[in-house]
Design a protein around this ligand. Structure first.
Ligand code: BDP
Length: 648
């Protein structure tokens, strides 16, 4: 890693002539984990990784025109990980940037020079934002990943990632002892099963001596798990933790569990895991999605944050835009993550934010971590949408500093990505001041408004999970409920629209999900008068003529949100058009086209939802809202016909 740090400096540092940058590897009470101290003289750190991060910080400041001030920078989270949902056949679950960079169908196991170059570039990008680990395969894991053949490729990948400080982890299928090992059971308390895992783990560490550990999706969405054998999540996680322990390996055990039998999916992870608090080994971390249902455009924070007090808990965010417009819509996600991290759980008094409850500030926990479901693929721009790179960037920076501000990260990213990007003889020369006022400021504003625009035109006021569920999770589908389908995979389960009103009643007289939140939140969420508008229909089923804080009816307010979302995207189009002189022709054109598509799709969302809900509300669309351009019948007919779904 030191060699990498030196190489980066030599390649890019433009300090004044003759000036030297000193790299000092020395412990110091103020420097934690992979933190570093920057000064005019250079970088000091306690680990080689720290040196590397310090060097990248130096280069970032140089490129963004910030001065190098003396000071220590320590990471908020010890582990800052990408989760790749990549399958051995090269496909990427919920991936919108092409195939996997790690796996491919043909000659899967031959490592080419091109593979290595790509992995190196990927590792370098990660290191530049402080990401120090990658889970190389999908949580819906194939048992094959643990075969000797695949482990050979894992070793090759690990060897390329290592010099950049990126550790390698794998997702494992809980039934691997049966599927791969030929055992009759995967019962975590069966000695033969434990032995199988023990020898498998030994084999992994022979190939990858610094292997990070396992990520496990078990007893979740049909995946096998300890509950198949009448055991608990703790039994399963602890068994794996025990076999990894001698090597320093970790288990990241996902809390994304729900069964079709419960009346409210949002309550289940909490109910399942809260009773297990304190029962996990210290090398287990429970990985919890930011919201209690899934990665919806907006959810309140998962009530598990802060509620598990004797167990390490890590937030899982989704960088890939499964529910936020894939690689078509421009969605800068840092505001969403910031909103979650800064939510106060009150679990240990005021100020117990999600960030502080998970990064070691509130509870003593052996490890702290944050995971992001990666949006990286083989596309030349890595992430499908040029602006989706900003989400990879911001995820790393937020995992490093959980108090970082979305606005600052957007500005940093824009400077690093677009400064000096104007090209071609027709482009006017631009001064720095010009660039700031005509590009940086408006495009930062556009980015900051982009997530809320999507919330507005798709699922405003706390609506959730009303996307078309025909596998793609892109457009609207509030109607989608094929006969025989699991109710909790259909939008009507979540919006509950009827002549009486709309929204999911999670109050004390409803599913009582509100009681999973610590006071004062439980009381605040329980009362529609005090529940924040953005979570209103998450917690309440309300009549269409319910009087909102604004004085308008719920129906009118809903319609205005949809309208506002559409208008916002049109404004983004205008803003982007103005940015033309400051962007190279290729990226300008691609983003312009995508915004055009997004604009049309926003109208589809608005029309579909308003026309669908209008069947129940029987109220007119307010005059301030553009009349629908589509009919409900065509929109439903154009929705991709349902294929046999594995999941919504
Ligand atoms: C859902 C995705 C599905 C994932 C699942 C998970 O639709 O593809 O497998 O989450 O996180 O949001 O396990």
């Amino acid at each position: 890693m030191l060699a990498t740090a030196k190489q980066e400096l030599q390649q890019s540092w433009q300090g004044s002539a003759g000036a030297t940058v000193t790299l000092t590897l020395r412990k110091d009470k103020t420097i934690k984990h992979d933190g570093f101290r920057l000064s005019a003289q250079g970088v000091q750190a306690a680990t080689e990784r720290g040196i590397l991060y310090g060097v990248f910080e130096l280069l970032r400041r140089q490129q963004t025109g910030q001065s190098v001030t003396d000071g220590v920078s320590n990471p908020s989270y010890e582990l800052r990980l990408l989760n790749h949902w990549d399958n051995p056949d090269g496909s990427v679950e919920r991936g919108y940037a092409g195939k996997s960079i790690f796996w491919r169908k043909d000659s899967a196991l031959v490592v080419t020079k091109r593979d290595k170059t790509l992995w190196q570039e990927y590792a370098r990008a990660n290191a530049s934002v402080g990401i120090n680990g990658s889970v190389l395969n999908n949580v819906n894991a194939s048992p094959m990943i643990l075969s000797a053949e695949y482990l050979g490729r894992v070793k090759a990948i690990a060897n390329v990632l290592r010099p950049y400080g990126v550790k390698t982890y794998l997702s494992v299928k809980f039934s691997s002892p049966v599927l791969l090992g030929g055992l009759k059971t995967a019962d975590p308390l069966d000695p033969a099963v434990v032995n199988w895992w023990r020898s498998k783990v030994k084999e992994i560490y022979q190939q990858v001596p610094d292997f990070g550990g396992f990520l496990v999706k078990a007893s979740s969405e049909g995946q096998p798990g300890p509950q198949d054998y009448g055991r608990t999540h703790a039994d399963g996680a602890n068994m794996l933790a025990d076999v990894l322990k001698p090597y320093g390996g970790l288990v990241m055990w996902r809390a994304f569990v729900y069964s079709p039998n419960d009346k409210d999916r949002a309550k289940q992870a909490y109910n399942e895991f809260v009773t297990l608090d304190g029962k996990f080994r210290d090398n287990v971390i429970i990985q919890v999605k930011n919201g209690p249902v899934d990665f919806q455009p907006r959810e309140p924070f998962s009530p598990l944050f802060g509620a598990l007090k004797k167990t390490a808990v890590m937030p899982e965010f989704q960088i890939t835009q499964e529910y936020l417009g894939h690689a078509i819509d421009l969605a800068y996600l840092a505001p969403m993550w910031e909103e979650c991290l800064q939510s106060d759980t009150y679990q240990a008094g005021p100020g117990s934010t999600v960030a502080r409850c998970t990064n070691g500030s509130v509870y003593r926990q052996a490890h702290s971590a944050m995971a992001g479901v990666s949006n990286v693929g083989l596309d030349t721009n890595w992430t499908g949408h040029d602006f989706a790179q900003a989400n990879w960037y911001a995820f790393g920076r937020l995992a490093w500093n959980s108090s970082a501000k979305s606005a600052q990260l957007a500005e940093e990213w824009l400077k690093l990505t677009f400064q000096n990007a104007a090209s071609g003889p027709t482009q006017p020369a631009t001064s720095a001041a010009d660039w700031n006022t005509k590009f940086l400021t408006p495009i930062t504003q556009l980015m900051l408004a982009s997530r809320e625009a999507i919330v507005d035109y798709s699922m405003p006021l706390g609506l959730h999970h009303i996307m078309s569920a025909t596998h793609h999770h892109y457009g609207p589908g509030p109607w989608w409920a094929p006969p025989g389908m699991r109710a909790d995979w259909t939008p009507p389960y979540y919006h509950q629209a009827s002549a009486n009103g709309v929204g999911f009643d999670r109050t004390k007289t409803g599913s009582d999900a509100v009681s999973q939140y610590h006071e004062p939140l439980a009381t605040q969420f329980n009362n529609p008068a005090t529940c924040p508008d953005e979570y209103l229909l998450w917690f309440h089923h309300l009549p269409w003529d319910f009087k909102m804080k604004s004085g308008r009816t719920l129906w009118d307010e809903l319609a205005l949100h949809y309208e506002h979302g559409v208008q916002q995207v049109r404004q983004f189009q205008r803003t982007w058009d103005q940015a033309q002189p400051y962007v190279d022709a290729e990226r300008f054109g691609v983003v312009q086209n995508k915004l055009r598509t997004q604009s049309g799709n926003a109208v589809v969302w608005k029309d579909a939802c308003l026309l669908y809900f209008q069947q129940f509300s029987r109220l007119p669309i307010p005059a301030a809202v553009e009349p629908p351009m589509h009919t409900l019948e065509t929109l439903i007919a154009n929705d991709t016909p349902p294929r046999p779904p594995r999941q919504p």
